[in-house]
Design a protein around this ligand. Structure first.
Ligand code: NAD
Length: 456
């Protein structure tokens, strides 16, 4: 049940048809707009933690390590005052959370979103801890968020907010403590403001304190596309094991932001047929394969993929229900849940976003033997290249884009290869295998720090 079978037979059947299923009216409302209330956020964290129990049992993790892994090690809530362009002062709630830091400094992005809350940031920091360990990076988990509608701010207001955030968390960050990076609605420009503020505070040049920076400030070539590139590498490794070629594989992509766009572009260049992409306006679908550049042009012009002539407009729900070989989820959390999982017809799921499947949806897919390439493996490309950026900053080196991409490929071949092999050998899901690989490493670091070895 729910094992690592590559599901080629099912997918072969599906190759013939990529027609969007008619979505009945009542289903049109199933993918609710993202309202991550504190209650939903709390459930998200419980959901995330529940995945640990299986690992604790399977690996016989020491009780000390279990206790440490159940809660964040540091959680800071702040209020960021921002002088708005019209002269008013607004205060935005914000958080920075460190999950376990036994393996190294906390590492993780900063999100600007109206629904951000403490539980969500905690959950994201937990996933960061797991994912850094899965791919063997010397980092713990970190995440930050500001509860704000970033799109409603002017550029100057966003800059004041970004600088205020760094002033608020400066005491708990730094190259050896916690290294922020971009996430939803933050990018290299925002990281440029943040590192400038941090270097003013510490009165020193310290580029390794933040990653995802603009190139002139010590950013790494290849960082912007890294999450998409890493996800493609994981898909390639899985497809090779399934003896499936890119040309015979259809893919629908939920999302068209940074991660999704680069994934769709690179996957399309590699030969995969990207039949649909979406954003919050709906989806753009073409059974023959989309011209991703053409969709990008329409999106840049009107802000909506549904305005592209590269395909026909369908709803976001219809995209989730497409009969494709791979459904790549690259938008936000909780997109496939108990109410819409039965509509999903894809042969496999690639989780590029963090937590796009709820654990009950995950269980349904496991029972149906639908392989899921989990977030803690599939979206590690970004943090891996952030690690390369940090290494370059600390060594005063500059690597070429080709070097970065080559090292990313090599690291993922090794670490993702181990996860896929473990899943297949132990007849467990890829998620279970990834968690086992990551948690075993974190637990070993916790115990090696001198905790009691004999007091079970
Ligand atoms: P982004 O803000 O650039 O893009 C998010 C995209 O999702 C946008 O295109 C938005 O329109 C779309 N979207 C929002 N709601 C949607 C809906 N209901 N249906 C379809 N599309 C919807 O963010 P991003 O950086 O691409 O991140 C996307 C996901 O990937 C997040 O979960 C993020 O945590 C994760 N991630 C990103 C990186 C990275 O380096 N960018 C790294 C690891 C994980």
């Amino acid at each position: 049940m729910g094992n690592a079978k590559t599901n080629k037979a099912t997918s072969d059947k599906q190759k013939a048809s990529t027609t969007p299923r008619q979505v009945p009216q009542r289903q049109a409302e199933k993918t609710a707009p993202r309202t991550l209330t504190p209650e939903v956020g709390a459930a998200l964290f419980e959901d995330a933690r529940s995945r640990l129990e299986d690992v604790f049992k399977a690996l016989d993790i020491h009780a000390d390590a279990q206790a440490r892994l159940m809660q964040p090690s540091l959680s800071l809530q702040v209020s960021i005052p921002v002088r708005m362009d019209d002269g008013r002062l607004k205060a935005f709630p914000a958080w920075r959370v460190h999950y376990d830091t036994s393996l190294g400094p906390a590492k993780g992005g900063v999100r600007f979103h109206p629904d951000v809350n403490q539980h969500e940031v905690t959950t994201l920091s937990f996933w960061m801890a797991v994912k850094c360990a899965v791919v063997g990076l010397p980092y713990g988990g970190g995440k930050g968020g500001v509860q704000v509608d970033a799109k409603a701010l002017s550029s100057l207001e966003r800059e004041r907010l970004a600088r205020g955030y760094i002033r608020a968390i400066a005491d708990i960050m730094g190259p050896d403590r916690d290294i922020p990076a971009p996430d939803v609605n933050t990018d290299a420009t925002v990281m440029g403001w943040m590192i400038d503020e941090y270097e003013h505070i510490v009165r020193a040049k310290m580029p390794a304190a933040i990653t995802g920076k603009p190139l002139p400030l010590g950013g790494s070539p290849g960082r912007v596309a890294a999450t998409g590139r890493g996800a493609l590498k994981v898909l390639d490794l899985w497809a090779e094991r399934a003896e499936r070629t890119p040309e015979e594989t259809t893919v629908a992509v939920q999302g068209f932001g940074n991660a999704a766009y680069h994934f769709a572009t690179l996957a399309s260049e590699r030969g995969y047929r990207i039949v649909a992409v979406s954003d919050s306006s709906g989806a753009c679908y073409n059974a023959e394969g989309l011209d991703i550049d053409a969709v990008k042009k329409a999106k840049s012009k009107s802000g909506k993929v549904t305005d592209s002539q590269a395909g026909k407009a369908i709803s976001g729900d219809a995209l989730l229900a497409l009969e494709v070989d791979v459904l790549a989820l690259a938008a936000l959390e909780n997109q496939v849940h108990s109410d819409n999982v039965d509509d999903v017809k894809a042969g496999a799921i690639l989780e590029i976003a963090n937590g796009p499947l709820t654990s009950d949806a995950d269980q349904v897919l496991a029972k149906r033997d639908v392989p899921v390439l989990p977030d803690v493996l599939a979206n590690t490309g970004g943090v891996i290249v952030s690690y390369f950026e940090w290494l370059q900053n600390r060594a005063g080196e500059k690597w070429s884009e080709a070097q970065v991409n080559e090292r990313l490929d090599a690291l993922l071949s090794e670490e993702a290869g181990k996860v896929l092999a473990l899943a297949e050998k132990s007849n467990i899901t890829y998620r279970q295998a990834a968690y086992r690989q990551g948690i075993e490493r974190i637990a070993a670091a916790i115990m090696a720090r001198g905790n009691c070895q004999d007091c079970r």
